[in-house]
Design a binder for this molecule. Structure first.
Ligand code: ATP
Length: 384
């Protein structure tokens, strides 16, 4: 067993398309590493280079203690699962699972044992005589994963393996994958554009943009301490609220209120301020009279059952400049923002509980100063 190490890996496609730009990444032995980012950020290309399906323009790739940069895919000791898995339609589940072992001329008894094991782990024992046409989408996906698992490779490489499944199955399979990984402990690189999948599966998550790694951290750390405005906007749902703000006299002035600067910030002038939708809450009896309150009028109310998302305009400009472009790229603008009649920033607050809010209602929201993020408007880097 062993980890995977990428050093200075780049991929330039014909026409000078830089899909991957000088990436260093070390995946530990047995680690589950997720590559996540918006469409076109280069995550699939990076995975395909590790698999050997795509040549490397520059840099080296090591799997375990071997330099595999120039090796053919079949010599790399990896197993792959893709979004469009092709099962052999004329073969029973058993033969689909055994296929790779047959190719390797595995002795019959060992093959039977291994296929039996994998089928058991994946809950396929009952279905072992069926052909793929007689399976549900989720069951087929399990066979595809099983085909990779019958071998005991140094690493699994997975590219959006769940994206063909409907939402409910996806959640179930996600949990199953996590369980499998805990059990097998095989080094895994997993590509997805879905940040919830990334956060729930990854030991660590590498966030990519334009072929570069923006930050590679544990899910908790990415959420709590995003290194820049792109990661801040990409991780978390609904996305972090962002607006232009000013730092003056040791205080942050934003949207008509001012709050003490978070610890460790020594920046002056224009900044981008951010706050997560979950961190604002309606004024309550337990709140100190001096706590900063944002008075807002609700433009949109989305009731989700156990919580509500309320969307409102704040008296602040949307972020501008390069950092804002990064934030825009990281999030899909909500309809409320697209329909807005003016240039003020729109914020979302996610409020737990079943209280009913109405469009046009005026609310006082507490803004805890310690929950505010600050970013450099030029570079997008965190100022905290
Ligand atoms: P998606 O989630 O949409 O698949 P991705 O993050 O996986 O996106 P890649 O497929 O790795 O992105 O593509 C990264 C960039 O490289 C894109 O700009 C893409 O257009 C470009 N690209 C990918 N394959 C080729 C190719 N064979 N020739 C030229 N450009 C390519």
């Amino acid at each position: 067993m062993g980890g995977i190490a990428l050093e200075g890996v780049s991929k330039v496609f014909p026409g000078d398309v830089v899909a991957v730009d000088d990436v260093d990444l070390a995946v530990g032995d047995g680690e589950f590493m997720v590559l996540v980012g918006p469409s076109g950020c280069g995550k699939s290309t990076l995975l395909r280079m590790v698999a050997g399906l795509e040549g490397v323009s520059k840099g080296t790739i090591r799997i375990g203690d071997r330099d595999v940069t120039e090796l053919a895919p079949r010599s790399r000791d990896i197993a792959m699962v893709f979004q469009n898995y092709a099962l052999y339609p004329n073969m029973r589940v058993w033969d689909n699972l055994a296929f790779a072992l047959k190719l390797r001329r595995t002795p019959k008894a060992a093959m039977r044992e291994r296929v039996g094991d994998v089928a058991g782990v994946l809950g396929l024992t009952e279905l072992i005589e069926r052909k793929p046409g007689a399976l549900s989408g989720g069951q087929r996906q399990r066979v595809a994963i099983g085909r990779a698992m019958v071998r005991e490779p140094q690493a699994y490489l997975m590219d959006e393996p769940l994206s063909n499944l409907d939402a409910k199955l996806r959640v179930g399979m996600r949990a199953e994958l996590a369980r499998l990984h805990d059990r097998l402990g095989v080094t895994t690189i997993y590509v997805t554009h879905d940040q919830v999948e990334a956060m729930t599966l990854g030991d660590r998550v590498a966030v990519l943009r334009d072929g570069t790694v923006q930050q590679c951290e544990t899910p908790e750390k990415l959420f709590e301490e995003p290194g820049n405005v792109f990661v801040a906007a990409f991780i978390g749902s609904p996305a972090m609220n962002l607006a232009m703000a000013d730092v003056r006299d040791g205080r942050l002035h934003v949207a008509g209120i001012d709050v003490p600067l978070p610890d460790g910030v020594r920046h002056g002038g224009r900044v981008i301020a951010g706050i997560r939708p979950q961190d604002m809450r309606p004024d309550g009896p337990e709140d100190a009279p001096g706590a900063p309150r944002l008075r807002v009028e609700l433009e949109v109310v989305e009731r989700l059952g156990a919580e509500s998302h309320v969307i409102f305009a704040v008296d602040a400009q949307k972020p501008a400049g390069e950092a804002a472009a990064a934030a825009d790229e990281a999030t899909e603008e909500s309809d409320a923002t697209l329909l807005a009649a003016d240039n003020r920033a729109r914020f979302t607050a996610s409020i737990p509980g079943r209280r009913r809010f109405a469009t046009g209602e005026v609310l006082d929201l507490i803004v805890p100063p310690e929950a505010v993020y600050l970013f450099d408007p030029e570079t997008g880097a965190t100022l905290r």
